[in-house]
Design a protein around this ligand. Structure first.
Ligand code: FAD
Length: 435
């Protein structure tokens, strides 16, 4: 007979939000046997961003247990033993295929059932696959995606099998940029392909992208813009060998990496909770429309206080903070107390080769480039302000020190008025460090 287990709290998903939620439960006090994490991954929660960075280094690569949560934010590394000591059950390699919120029951692929009093949904996102659109040949070997540690292991194995080969990276977002750099560092001949006029178009301005595209070119990465991969050929072993582009060009390839976006994993809850903007709608405490059911991390659409509208955020900083907010709210509610509203300032970052950027706030309105965005400059430091309704509401900075990054965060939060946009560009980073 399939097993049945009951927990006071269940976290569904074993990624970043799950790890930070577990740590917060530990801080707030949880009795042995009260909390379980159910994850389809085979390892305890870890810092997912490492997979596209340190995990792919040719030397001294990051490996577990080195990057379990919560090291990414400078916190304690929660090894599997930590969960055992706290009496928190890690139910790994277990995919939940059915969630019945009315009876508070989750059912796994193997038929095991788990009941709970409080559920935290932390299922994150899945990658969009080219096979989803029926792209010809997209099922060939070595056409790879990156979301979980198993995907990263497949990529590492492919890099070893196709040593010094040719790699095509489909997509010009942060995954495409970070993976192109990783493949280049591993001595691959790398070509990036994306349809937009410049990389990271959802965040970067033309001026910001000018730097990164030039910098990548100086590292020997080829960039093909304005077209998409429309098909693939494979060799007799079924391994990808050619990428066919929509504009008629063909590229030889031993490995293809696709980073064309993700989708929040909300399917298990369709029709059971209110949704908004593609995510599970929550209040400021991350409780959904169903009492006792919380959604955290990538899947949550929450009220963004700063901008007074619901938002969904697919970034690690929010995964960590939303998890902490939800657990604090759950525990406060139990003792008849309350917690402050979630007041999140959007924060994104990325790093590759020797460059690293941070962005805070909103990227809408007029833009003002400051500093030198010449890709050939020895020590790059430049940025961009976004100005809307006479106020600075977003700031991007490449090459900032810890203090400078803190200063731009402060600006994005304070939204200082700016009378003269031209003068702002001339003042540059000094404007931020004076706030
Ligand atoms: P995840 O961390 O994805 O965790 C979801 C978990 O749920 C996984 O363990 C999954 O297996 C499990 N799960 C899903 N469905 C089920 C099911 N039905 N049953 C059981 N388990 C299930 N953000 C940044 O801000 N900066 C970065 O540099 C950055 N780099 C990234 C690099 C990569 C390669 C990736 C993939 C993401 C990166 N991100 C980055 C985004 C960031 O990692 C995510 O926003 C964050 O992980 C979201 O946390 P989460 O807990 O919501 O989801």
């Amino acid at each position: 007979m399939a097993s049945e287990k009951h927990f006071k709290y269940v976290i569904l998903g074993g990624g970043v939000a799950a790890g930070y939620a577990a740590r917060e439960f530990g801080k707030q006090g949880v009795q042995p046997g009260e909390l379980a994490i159910i994850s389809k991954e085979s390892v305890a929660p870890y810092e997912r961003p490492a997979l596209s960075k340190g995990y792919l280094f040719p030397q001294n690569a990051a490996r577990l247990p080195g990057f379990h949560t919560c090291v990414g934010s400078g916190g304690e590394k929660l090894l599997p033993e930590w969960y055992t000591e706290k009496g928190i059950e890690l139910i790994l390699s277990t995919e939940i295929v059915k969630a019945d919120l009315a009876s508070k029951t989750l059912t796994s692929a193997a038929g095991a059932t788990f009941t709970y009093e409080t559920l935290l949904i932390a299922t994150g996102s899945s990658t969009i696959k080219l096979t989803d659109f029926g792209v010809q040949g997209a099922e060939s070997n070595n056409i790879l995606y990156l979301r979980e540690i198993d995907d990263a292991d497949k990529l590492v194995a492919a890099m070893q099998a196709k040593k010094d080969g040719k790699a095509v990276v489909v997509g010009g977002g942060y995954i495409g940029l970070e993976l192109s750099a990783a493949l280049k560092i591993n001595n691959f001949d790398v070509t990036m392909v994306y349809p937009e006029p410049w990389c990271m178009p959802r965040l970067f301005t033309a001026g910001i992208a000018h730097f990164y595209e030039g910098y990548y070119a100086s590292k020997g990465i080829n960039i093909v813009k304005g077209t998409v991969a429309s098909g693939f050929d494979a060799d007799a072993n079924g391994d990808v060998s050619v990428v066919k582009l929509k504009d008629g060009r063909v590229l030889d390839a031993d490995i293809v990496i696709v980073g064309v976006g993700g989708r929040p994993l909300t399917g298990l809850f369709k029709g059971q909770v209110e949704e908004d903007k593609g995510g599970l709608k929550t209040d400021t405490f991350f409780e959904t429309s169903v009492a006792g059911v919380y959604a955290i991390g990538d899947v949550a659409t929450f009220p963004m206080k700063l901008y007074n509208e619901p938002r969904r955020v697919e970034h690690v900083d929010h995964a960590r903070k939303s998890a902490e907010q939800a657990v604090k709210a759950i525990k406060a509610k139990e003792s008849g107390e309350s917690v402050a509203e979630y007041d999140y300032l959007p924060y994104f970052y990325s790093r590759s080769f020797d460059v690293a950027w941070q962005f805070y706030g909103e990227n809408v309105g007029e833009t003002v480039l400051f500093g030198d965005n010449d890709p050939a400059v020895a020590k790059p430091k430049f940025g961009t302000y976004w100005v809307k309704d006479g106020k600075v509401i977003g700031v991007f900075l490449e090459g900032g020190s810890a203090d400078e990054n803190q200063a731009i965060a402060k600006v994005a939060r304070a939204q200082p008025p700016v009378a003269d946009v031209e003068a702002l560009g001339k003042e540059g980073l000094d404007f931020a460090t004076k706030i």
